[in-house]
Design a binder for this molecule. Structure first.
Ligand code: FNR
Length: 373
């Protein structure tokens, strides 16, 4: 407190109430009687380590098979019918020009060089068309739904016209989670535009709250299952839902006719105390019962992590932060390096586990804590 300005102290004092409200909104339980439950969730921040650590803790062991001829390993797979070199895709992450002046164009080229799929964020700092013309890799487009549906419809049309092959509807941001690091660091964005020029130069928050306000003002927090039909009516592209963490929601997504599910907690950046994604993957996979592909993200930092996710039923994984680190360090080449590093590690893991192809990676190759008890 001694180091704080008066207005900062005031902000801290106001936090519990704000946090409670936000927790309730993000839990999808607006009713007052859930407040008691929600208030117990309030406490210290959970973030990146939530997902990363769980790979080390809960799923601590692999079960390799021996005496298999592993001279030739094939890591390739298909996602929605598109063949990729390995089951490792690029998660949608916003504002790549934060990391590198060439932004998403460099990222897309890095993805293309590794022959995999990039999911372009709605918050891209390069236009849909710039990214599309930069390389001819397969690309998916991630979106949130704006209150102004015409803006969403325009973005979808542009993505479709530019050859994007699927839509990824991110559903875990009815409002923005409290990004305390941004507040603490007084995050100031460089001059950026987004796809519609809507954010433009106004992200110089000072207190990190501008993005929160922007999302609240522009995005449709009322969007729910019934509205999926509207999205379907404006596109012929397959739709994947990103942000599924429970078997109930996975079943509802299948019933809603969704073509794919992404198990994700937004990199543990939205709602504190969501479970690590690797710990809920299997329950979602069971609920889906093979009807649509289940993709996975959160904390994938090693080839062994990719292997574990596949063993628990994921069709492929998506990687967020490591791609941005690679981009920041060395642009397009850095993105490619990160992907190739993960692929090398996965290839070695497969060889040492006796798996010739991704189809050979089974549940039996992963030992969980639950089984040890
Ligand atoms: C994200 N993520 C994200 N998700 C999304 O659907 N749209 C977006 O614009 C963003 N933006 C974004 C920015 C940054 C800086 C990060 C770190 C993450 C979430 C992302 O798609 C993915 O779910 C997580 O990043 C996966 O976890 P790891 O790989 O970062 O641990």
């Amino acid at each position: 407190l001694a180091a704080m300005e008066e207005h900062e102290v005031k902000r801290v004092l106001e936090m519990p109430r704000d946090e409670l409200e936000l927790t309730i909104a993000l839990s999808g339980c607006p009713s007052q009687n859930r407040r008691g439950v929600c208030s117990t969730l309030i406490g210290e921040m959970a973030s990146e380590p939530v997902n990363v650590n769980e790979f080390k803790n809960w799923l601590s062991k692999l079960q390799p098979r021996i005496l298999v001829d592993v001279t030739k390993i094939d890591m390739s797979t298909t996602v929605l019918g598109y063949r990729i070199s390995a089951p490792i895709m690029l998660a949608p992450t916003a504002m790549h020009q934060f990391a590198h002046p060439e932004g998403e164009v460099a990222t897309a080229r890095g993805a293309a060089a590794s022959n995999t799929i990039m999911v372009l964020s709605y918050g891209s700092t390069c236009t849909i068309e710039e990214v599309a013309s930069s390389c001819n890799a397969v690309r998916f487009f991630q979106l949130y739904v704006y209150k102004r549906r015409d803006i969403t419809a325009q973005l979808v049309q542009r993505a479709e016209k530019s050859g994007f092959k699927a839509l990824v509807l991110t559903v875990d941001v009815p409002r923005l989670g409290r990004r305390e690091a941004d507040i603490k660091n007084k995050m100031v964005a460089p001059q950026l535009r987004n796809l519609e020029g809507l954010i433009s130069t106004t992200l110089d928050s000072g207190d990190g709250s501008r993005l929160t306000t922007y999302i609240k003002e522009t995005m449709d927090a009322s969007f729910c299952w019934e509205d999926i039909g509207w999205l379907r009516s404006i596109t012929s592209l397959p739709i994947l839902i990103k942000g599924v963490l429970t078997d109930e929601d996975a079943r509802m997504a299948v019933e809603a006719g969704i073509e794919g599910i992404i198990v994700s907690n937004h990199g543990a950046r939205q709602l504190d105390y969501t479970p690590a994604t690797i710990s809920v993957l299997e329950e979602v996979v069971h609920a889906v019962g093979g009807k649509v592909p289940v993709l996975f993200d959160g904390g994938v930092r090693r080839g062994t992590d990719v292997f574990k996710a596949l063993g628990l039923g994921a069709k492929a994984v998506l990687v967020g932060r490591p791609i941005i680190y690679g981009l920041a360090a060395m642009g397009e080449y850095g993105v490619r390096c990160v992907l190739e590093m993960l692929k090398d590690e996965l290839e070695l893991t497969m060889a040492l586990s006796g798996c010739l192809s991704v189809q050979h990676i089974t549940r039996g190759h992963v030992r969980t804590e639950r089984e040890k008890l």
